[in-house]
Design a protein. Structure first.
Length: 94
């Protein structure tokens, strides 16, 4: 949760809110001018993460659904968060 909050803080203009509990989290991407969901951008981020080996759900609704397996190594979890962070940085800083 804290690692995702740090990512969201860097992109507060686009990411709001961060929802979650336990291992289930979601990041909601919004257009900062209209407050509409950034559905296409979010889907692009999901597909980029999948290409880099991080499994996310494609929602088509403007949010990243992050649900790692119940049995996940801590290092693997933080590696996945790193990939998500990298892809978000590259996509949202354009």
């Amino acid at each position: 949760g804290a690692a995702l909050e740090k990512i969201a803080a860097r992109h507060r203009r686009y990411i709001r809110p961060v929802n979650g509990k336990g291992l289930f989290y979601s990041l909601h991407l919004r257009n900062p001018e209209t407050d509409e969901p950034l559905s296409a951008t979010c889907d692009q981020i999901v597909l980029s993460c999948v290409r880099k080996g991080v499994m996310l759900f494609l929602t088509g609704r403007g949010f990243l659904k992050i649900v790692p397996p119940l049995m996940i190594d801590r290092d693997a979890l933080f590696e996945a968060v790193g990939v998500i962070s990298e892809v978000l940085d590259a996509t949202l800083e354009k």
